[in-house]
Design a protein around this ligand. Sequence first.
Ligand SMILES: Nc1ncnc2c1ncn2[C@@H]1O[C@H](COP(=O)(O)OP(=O)(O)OP(=O)(O)O)[C@@H](O)[C@H]1O
Length: 232
Amino acid sequence: MLLEVENLHSFYGKSHILQGVSLTVNEGEVVTLLGRNGAGKSTTLKSIAGAVTPGQGRVSLAGRDLAGQPAFRIAKAGVCLVPEDRGIFSLLTVEENLRIACRKGSAWSIADIYAIFPRLEERKRNGGGQLSGGEQQMLSIARALLTGPRLLMLDEPVEGLAPVIVDEIVTQIRKVAAAGVSILLVEQNLAVCTALAHRHNIIELGRIAYHASGPDFIRDSDARDRYLGVKA
Ligand SMILES: Nc1ncnc2c1ncn2[C@@H]1O[C@H](COP(=O)(O)OP(=O)(O)OP(=O)(O)O)[C@@H](O)[C@H]1O
């Protein structure tokens, strides 16, 4: 087991958002966290990464307890969150954005990144702010990889992107997973989720209300309708 989250509770002020979330990610797995708007998906990722401090519960990475640790220590342990707002430096070039993300001891080099994301090499001298939305997303995933994470958490990586770019990013995420990086994916685009993931979790009322393997979830149209309001 790589990531083990057990009975996680998180609050914003008095709002009790996560009410006992439990989920796991094995080495080499792609696992989704699905759910309706406001269900607590981003909060779960932030609570694992330490951007939100959980009030209760266990988060462990390869057996090492991380819950309640500061975000920088959790990142150092190998957990990297690519947030929805992408977090790239718009005044730096693509290559500068990549260079400053590099960490000693990381298994990833900038050449590895260009092999998976050829568009970034084509655009390496462009400013981060000149990139399209899809290219910005690629750059933020690339920056996360350069830190050498064991667990990559992606928050809605294809939101608002054109279908051809979505396909490109799905292929890239698949290559990242094939390189051995475990992935916890939050994404509203179900086709992307089923194309990538080995297992799925659905969060409702602050808890995991449903989980299934990839093939079982594809067959279970009732669950998709009941929990996500998606017909067919
Ligand atoms: N910083 C915050 N302060 C107070 N409440 C917040 C904060 N961030 C999120 N919330 C609330 O917590 C709940 C869960 O939000 P979260 O962003 O985790 O949902 P989500 O499942 O990721 O949804 P979405 O798909 O809309 O991003 C929502 O009701 C949201 O309004």
